[in-house]
Design a protein. Sequence first.
Lengths: 262, 355
Amino acid sequence: MATTRILEGLGRLYVFMLLAFLYLPIIIMALMSFNASPFYQLPFEWTVDWYQSLWQNGQLISATWNSLEIAVITTIISVVLGTAASLALYRYEFRGKKLLQALLFPPIAIPWLITGTAMLIFFFGVGIGRGLFAILLGHVALALPYVIVVVSARLQTFAPELEEAARSLGANQWQVTARVTLPWIMPGVIAGGLFAFAVSFDQFVVSYFLSTPGQTTLPVEIYAAIRKGFTPEINAVSTIIIVVSMALMLLTARFFKFGGEK
Amino acid sequence: MAGVTVSEVSRRFGAHKALDNVSIDFADGGFYALLGPSGSGKTTLLRQIAGFDFPDSGRISIGGESVERVPVEKRRIGMVFQNYALFPNMSVADNVAFGLSVRGEAKAVIATEVQRALDLVQLGKLGGRRPHQLSGGQRQRVALARAIVTKPRVLLLDEPLGALDKALRVDMQIELKRIQREIGITTIFVTHDQEEALTMSDRIGILRDGRLVQEGPPEEIYDRPKSEFAATFLGDANIFRGDATANGIRLPDGTAIAAGVGDRLAAGAKASCAVRPERIQIATDAGATDGDANVLRGQVSKRIFAGNNSTYFVDRAGQTLKVIVQNTGLDRLAEGQDVVLRWSPESTVLIAAAG
């Protein structure tokens, strides 16, 4: 009995340390965004000045909007293209299918630094150059393999007779896809979309290569700001982002079970 | 409602001939079983009729309309799949409504038709359930209701009872037959279970290696099989092999067996005789000799008692014969006993040797 209790205690301690390891830096950062001292001096003095001055920081705000816009558009494009590609790979046999599937994985493993350099050279070569459009293209290319991998995994659990049954009842390809296949793979599509959003919104390396001083994203802007001199404004904007993205994640987890059908 | 005609249909998958020049007429309103071992092409044939796959050559027509290049969604067929294939994201009622809904029927019409179909399969009250909340037998009924609610021209069933346990299977066989009679739909049923084929269908087609071996009413195939395969696949049969004579065959040891049924063959040709185990009488003495009955002597090597009947395995000249006897009295034969087997030429089918 005593051993069980000790083990239980150790287990609890482990979980606590794990959560502390994950969340302590974030919590400190969030607290400092409400601290009056710009140099993280204690004692703690409550203020919302940093949040107010954030609204005056035009560069940071415009970079935040750029990041959000690019992440949303990246998510939409890569989910639509990725789901369509997964369905094509699932349904049809065609020349070079195996090769295509094999080529989908390496981009996930290639360091972003290298992908970024390659994109920069390529975009200059074809005349797209740098800027928000180049960043968007780059993000879609990075996110697409994730969506295809996640949606394809979900499709592996789909029973092909369901599509056959729907067709035998007179449904055309569109009706089969919209009413039978998509509802089944929806958890995969949502998970793929979250991946795409995260890949784009967190993206620093590729964005850094492809941005120009006026046209940049939040991570790149934060990096630039830190190099000029760190201000708690950065803590404030980071806190807002964390609260919003955690709320988004929790909401999604509440409405969709990622593990599959119960 | 419509009849289905398959003529000279062939289909290859690589080097494998899945269907080899198959022709069958499925009469309007009939209940037809396609019977065969796995790999015989019965499911391939069903999928050709459904329109999931197209033949390499040959013609298929439904109700006189040529359909061999028409995709499944335009063929107006109903199909029940082996594992039911119910849509897991929809309620029972929505599953049944699917075919009417993709056709753009009015909501009120759909509701009425769905209720009627669910009532027909005796699931009138379960429309709101999800497929995973139903038992195997209930899922089977939903699949059937979904397939017939659109008033298809032909109903196709791919081993629909395969996943059910024995007792439920018998219930569903009766149920399926009742529903089929009630709506009078042409039904084609794929099965590897000979008993199911015998008890349910008006006609049976036996397939083997992509070819149609024999086709006809169950009684005809059982009483007059045209090949050793048909004789042994549909029911049980004792097979004697020898050379054809004027009225039967002569076994290698010289014994003559008279056959009253089957084709006349040129004397001397290789031939077989098939006799059903229950047609043979077994006794300890020769008894009154009936002039033209076939008589063989042998020794009981094994007896299997099954309550209402007993199966005797009788050794005779290196061959083991099977005899099934109804246990109408208390007389039992012991293993090792010498016996006399007797059966009439009318119970003996002459079959040309496969060549």
